[in-house]
Design a protein. Structure first.
Length: 1020
């Protein structure tokens, strides 16, 4: 491969020189033989005849160690003793001597074998298992100049030409393949030939890093078959047919759209027959549904030939297509380029089964789709009750540049064995075209193989020469078998090349002139295979021509049909999403209050612990307090509000899943969703016991790996599978969410618009200025608001019966200040006919704040209860001033609008300063902006100075988002200009917060005091 292209011959020479200097063949051989003469069969002839039928003794069963320098003397003594009395030595040695003596009678060549030779041969076999892949012919371009490890040189072990026809026995206890006890004695030549075939052919196997004998043996059995595996004529015809489809597809696109970018598969056309074989084999082994994630390279080919998206649709999209029009609505979003689109179809398999395939839409950001695919797969497993995870499988196709380069690959791999994230193994295929855009592997990674990162996870890796379609098919088949057998990840690395530039209009010779000189004259995989089959006589020229013309005529028919192609209904409406509304189909707002008796019942369930359970003392107190809250209906805190939301959704039949770092206890030690018995260590999760015989996964709360990108991506994928689930990801501190920025930018905020896929994922981001420094204060609210697409200057229809504002907006951003409102905003996610992501700036100090409490009556749906307003009980987008103000309050001199925990500080300061002429309103939902409610408050206080107060610096927080919208609301009421929006908050700053606690306190006190100061506030 390319990374060793330079300088390797020098390295090789050096290695050879070292070997010849340090180990003379002749001397070594002579010494060995001389030392072990006593094993010559002649010595034991008479005894051998009288000995019982010999059986091989695996070296591993020999109980004594004979690996040191004194072995030969020791052995001689042992042998002499054994000759005198076979019972005087250990049984294993008895067997050993009998074995050699016995075999010698029928097999004269073995007579010269010594234990040391046996050991050395064993090491040589082992070396092939470990390093054989280094000698495998993997590079179709033959440009690789990898030094072959000297471990693969028989001379290193003392073998010479003269030994080639001697017979050896190398059986080892409980090892399969070459070293198996059942293998017959073979000549060194035969052993070496087969080792070369098995390990140094067109597939390089890397598996010896797996510390599991059973798994290695399984692989050895498959790799070290006595004779190489061969496909019969029928299979070869299928493979040929598939390779022709793959090749013709690209040729066809290239001729019809000469100047279009398609990121073709040329140079790795064998991927298609490989994938198809993998899917067929998987279906035979019980897989019913496959979720696929892949980037640009070959995506159209996979869509057309593997997933079976109608070719006419692909061609129509390629021609620029018509923007799809939904049967029942007009929402078409912004769309995306053709090589990012996803789809799903049912595909028949070679074995006569059907398999459901979905290719997940993805952004340009390489590998970002990986955790999404895995999460979606896991959700499919949950919903199809696939407890052993054999029916639903994820497949990820990677590039050789992106696989080692993008950290999310590793983050995703690391989810693979976690109980709440595993999917029973993902199959990874790397389209290793030995270049990334213009970057050579030597500049793109530090590891030998692009797949080395997967070795950390004990994943077998099959490197395969992409020019050898049968080898690719074989590796893919083996990967499918591995996954269904061991339920862990596996990697197929197809070493290939890229016939053209990064895309079809790129010139690759600018940067890889030598490589492309070779590529220009290199036969395609199809040409190579056709030649091979014709030479074998298994397939005739007519057969080949027949397939070629069949494929071409179908492609032409589809091309013609593409001209009249009318996109059908959205595929996202299928399956579980049937009946869900698209953004412009009005979905009525529903109440989210719950019957008081249900609240009481679930409240009891989530606060009661099993009798014998012994929680930590402090936790016990917390649960006693919680029980009291439910009993009295007063003082419900944040954690109980959240648990009530989960519990009520569960009893309504929804699946609830919360994951993130330390979410079980909660970063701030407030949730205690999982309790630990202090004596036994047993765990108890009250929300698992809300209903009788509750499915244990129906409520899932799970600490995650320390990954934001991977885990958020996973939960996003999970949430997209079924709308009847509340899926939440919580960041440890909101600040760390930026580690998952790609998921926010490319998926969560824009996925619906680009790909027409909805998700109701909830993201909890602890946010608030408590003096914990720059990295534990801000969840970067401003970024989420900046990505929000509600119009700052146009007030949409706000009539409750006609309002689609929230449906038309890309997501919701809230900063909620009461447990009851939190309860309702979570429930609202499910109690509506569409799904929208919800970003929650979640509290830290409000978790225990004495005033941040709600009464149970604010959760119920009883008319007249505190939470109940004109429409019933539901989430309050704005909480009006808590003083009993009438509809018109002319005496109020200032209206402070704010959001989040600063409200409580403002309220306290107002009380302290007796600011009765100040009203404070909380904008609980920042996006989409609650124009109607803000205007209601503006009208209520016609003479008030309007202030936006925030604790974040001016260039952060909600200010830049709020100002234009507030102005639009005011302007519509004839209420002043931008100048009239007063700002109270921190000054602009580079860091989110000060690192000095005293400075924090001073800043916080000042801003709170300023907000309620008697004098008017100057304009910003
Ligand atoms: C995260 C990310 N960084 C950079 C790019 C720009 N880019 C697009 S393709 C590409 C090269 C990818 O190389 P490789 O993974 O080997 O795939 P190939 O195109 O060779 O199939 C790059 C750098 C991107 N799409 N995503
Ligand atoms: Mg590449």
């Amino acid at each position: 491969m390319a990374w060793f292209r330079a300088g390797s011959s020098v390295a090789k020479l050096a290695i050879r020189r070292t070997i010849s200097q340090s180990s003379s063949y002749v001397t070594r051989t002579k010494v060995t033989r001389a030392q072990n003469q006593q094993f010559h069969t002649t010595v034991f002839k008479s005894k051998a005849q009288s000995a019982p039928v010999p059986r091989p003794v695996p070296l591993s069963r020999l109980t004594d160690s004979f690996l040191d320098g004194t072995s030969s003397v020791y052995l001689e003594e042992l042998q002499r003793a054994w000759e005198k009395d076979p019972n005087s030595v250990d049984e294993s040695w008895d067997n050993f001597f009998r074995n050699f003596v016995g075999q010698a009678t029928t097999s004269p060549g073995i007579s010269g074998q010594t234990i040391q030779e046996s050991m050395r041969l064993l090491l040589l076999v082992r070396a092939y298992q470990v390093y054989g892949h280094m000698k495998a012919k993997l590079d179709p371009l033959d440009l690789e100049q990898r030094p072959i490890p000297d471990d693969l040189d028989p001379a290193l072990y003392g073998f010479t030409e003269a030994d080639l026809d001697r017979e050896f026995f190398i059986g080892v206890w409980r090892i399969s393949g070459f070293l198996s006890e059942n293998r017959p004695v073979q000549t060194l030549r035969a052993i070496l030939t087969r080792l070369e075939q098995a390990y140094c052919g067109r597939i390089g196997y890397e598996y010896m890093h797996i510390a599991d004998r059973e798994k290695c043996n399984w692989l050895r059995d498959k790799i070290e078959t006595p004779t190489p595996t061969q496909y019969n004529r029928q299979r070869r015809e299928v493979i040929l047919d598939r390779l022709i489809w793959s090749t013709q597809f690209e040729n066809f696109l290239a001729t019809k759209w000469t100047a279009a970018k398609r990121f073709g598969l040329e140079g790795c056309e064998t991927l298609i027959p490989g994938m198809k074989e993998m899917f067929d084999r998987s279906a035979d082994l019980g897989v019913e549904s496959i979720v696929i994630g892949m980037s640009h390279r070959g995506r159209l080919n996979v869509l057309g030939n593997v997933v079976r998206k109608p070719l006419r649709q692909i061609f129509s999209e390629f021609s620029g297509g018509t923007k799809p029009v939904d049967e029942v609505g007009l929402y078409t979003g912004t769309g995306d380029v053709k090589y990012h689109l996803g789809t799903s179809y049912d595909r028949p398999t070679r074995g006569g089964k059907r398999i459901h395939l979905s290719l997940v839409a993805n952004p340009s950001h390489l590998e970002a789709v990986d955790p999404v695919v895995v999460g979606k797969t896991r959700a499919k497993q949950y919903y199809s009750n696939d407890v052993d995870r054999t029916k639903n499988m994820g497949i990820l196709i990677h590039g050789d540049g992106s696989f080692p380069g993008q950290g999310v690959v590793y983050e995703t791999l690391h989810l693979s064995a976690l109980p709440n994230y595993t999917t029973g193994g993902t199959i990874h295929i790397v389209v290793n075209n030995q270049v990334a855009f213009t970057t050579d592997p030597r500049s793109g990674r530090s590891s030998q193989y692009c797949t080395d990162v997967a070795k950390a996870l004990s994943t077998p890796i099959f490197h395969v020469n992409g020019d050898d379609v049968e080898a690719v098919v074989h590796a893919c088949e083996l990967a499918a078998e591995w996954r269904q057998t061991f339920h862990t990840d596996v990697v197929v690395d197809i070493v290939c090349y890229r016939r053209f530039g990064h895309n079809e209009i790129d010139e690759p010779s600018f940067t890889q002139p030598k490589m492309y000189k070779v590529i220009r004259n290199h036969l395609s995989a199809l040409e190579i295979y056709q030649k091979k089959l014709l030479e074998s006589g298994q397939v005739s020229k007519e057969d080949v021509d027949k397939i070629n013309s069949k494929v071409l005529s179908i492609l032409n028919e589809e091309f013609l049909a593409s001209k009249d192609y009318v996109p059908q209904r959205r595929d996202w409406l299928s399956a579980y999403w049937m009946g869900f509304k698209s953004p412009e189909q009005l979905s009525r707002i529903r109440n989210t209050g719950v019957k008081p008796e249900i609240l009481k019942n679930v409240g009891k369930a989530i606060t009661t612990l099993p009798e014998n359970f012994k929680p930590h003392r402090a936790v016990k107190r917390i649960f006693d307090d919680r029980a009291k809250m439910i009993e009295t209906g007063e003082g419900i805190d944040w954690a109980v509000g959240e648990a009530l939301a989960f519990a009520t959704l569960l009893v309504e039949g929804n699946h609830v899943r919360l994951s993130g770092q330390d979410v079980e206890r909660g970063t701030f030690s407030h949730r205690h969703a999982v309790l630990h018995d202090q004596e036994t260590g047993d765990q108890y999760c009250p929300l698992d016991h809300v209903m009788m015989n509750q499915n244990e996964e129906m409520f899932t709360v799970s600490n995650s790996s320390l990954s934001e990108f991977g885990v958020l991506g996973f939960e996003l994928g999970y949430s997209m599978e079924n709308p009847n689930s509340l899926v939440l990801w919580e960041a440890q501190f909101g600040d760390f969410a930026n580690g998952a920025q790609v998921i926010f930018d490319q998926f969560l905020s824009s996925g619906e618009s680009k790909w027409l896929r909805q998700t109701g994922l909830v993201v909890l981001l602890p946010h608030g200025y408590d003096g914990q420094g720059p990295e534990h204060s801000s969840a970067r609210l401003e970024r989420f608001l900046q990505m929000s697409d509600d119009h700052p200057y146009i007030i949409p229809e706000m009539d409750p019966t006609l309002r689609t504002q929230i449906q038309e907006c890309n997501w919701q951003v809230v900063n909620v200040t009461t447990p009851a409102n939190y309860f309702h905003v979570l429930r609202r996610q499910i109690h509506r006919e569409f799904r929208k992501p919800l970003i929650v700036m979640s509290p830290k100090n409000l978790l225990r704040h004495k005033d941040c409490k709600s009464n149970l009556s604010e959760f119920d749906d009883v008319q007249g209860h505190p939470g109940f307003d004109k429409q019933g009980t539901r989430f309050k987008r704005l909480i009006k001033d808590q003083n009993d103000h009438s509809d018109l309050e002319e005496g109020i001199r200032r209206l402070i609008l704010c959001s989040g925990k600063v409200y409580y500080e403002l309220d306290e300061e107002r009380k302290k300063t007796n600011g009765k002429d100040i009203a404070i309103c909380r904008v609980e939902q920042l996006c989409p902006f609650p124009y109607n409610l803000v205007q209601r408050e503006l009208k209520r206080y016609p003479n008030a100075e309007v202030v936006w107060c925030q604790e974040e610096p001016m260039n952060m927080g909600a200010y830049s988002y709020i100002a234009p919208r507030l102005h639009t609301a005011m302007k519509a009421l004839g209420r002043g200009t931008m100048e009239d929006i007063k700002y109270v908050g921190r000054a602009p700053s580079a860091a989110t917060a000060t690192g000095f606690y005293q400075v924090h306190v001073k800043e916080q006190t000042e801003l709170v005091q300023k907000a309620v100061q008697p004098d008017p506030i100057e304009s910003p």
